[in-house]
Design a protein around this ligand. Structure first.
Ligand code: ZN
Length: 176
């Protein structure tokens, strides 16, 4: 069954929720259907039918941290941010666990480089071998772009599978 889009009080995208979670939130009075939203499912309650909206809005305030939690540092998120291309030579690297894909620490770990979005980039095996544990200056390599933390929306959009048109009102850049 299709999932529902959950917005916060200010109509900002929070996450996707299962229809069960959507029902729970509404029964507890923590969320309401967004006006004009179609229904993704209907659930038979004790004495009435309950329509699960495609878009619902949370009525309770949630901490900013909850938004940020979705952007935690993972290898997969680095690959998504870099569009699966080596940040040194631009070659497309395979998705998932492809043998040509690695994550490079721009400042090597052995020199105190951190494992975070600002210091890790997608890298092909060739470039990774060439760079090894040297700095960019030492090896004479240049980054195609400065690595930064991806935006919540760029990651969120990537993980969406065939979203309904009406979500385009809330997800920037979803509509063509
Ligand atoms: Zn490369």
């Amino acid at each position: 069954m299709q999932r529902a889009l959950l917005l916060d009080r200010n109509y900002m995208v929070l996450s996707l929720v299962s229809w069960k979670k959507a029902v729970k939130l509404m029964v507890k009075g923590k969320a309401e259907p967004v006006q004009g939203s179609s229904s993704v499912a209907s659930v038979q309650g004790v004495d009435s039918k309950f329509n699960v909206p495609s878009i619902l809005r949370l009525l309770v305030v949630i901490p900013w941290k909850a938004h940020m939690g979705r952007m935690r540092f993972t290898r997969k998120n680095v690959l998504v941010r870099d569009n699966h291309s080596c940040q040194y030579c631009g070659i497309g690297v395979g998705k998932g666990k492809s043998k040509n894909t690695s994550i490079d620490h721009v400042i090597p770990r052995s020199r105190g480089g951190k494992t975070d979005y600002a210091n890790c980039v997608t890298c092909c095996k060739n470039c990774n071998n060439k760079k090894a544990d040297k700095t960019l200056k030492e090896v004479g390599m240049i980054l195609m772009s400065k690595p930064r933390k991806p935006t919540f929306m760029s990651l969120f959009k990537h993980y969406l599978k065939s979203p309904p048109d009406e979500w385009g009102d809330y997800i920037i850049g979803l509509k063509a």
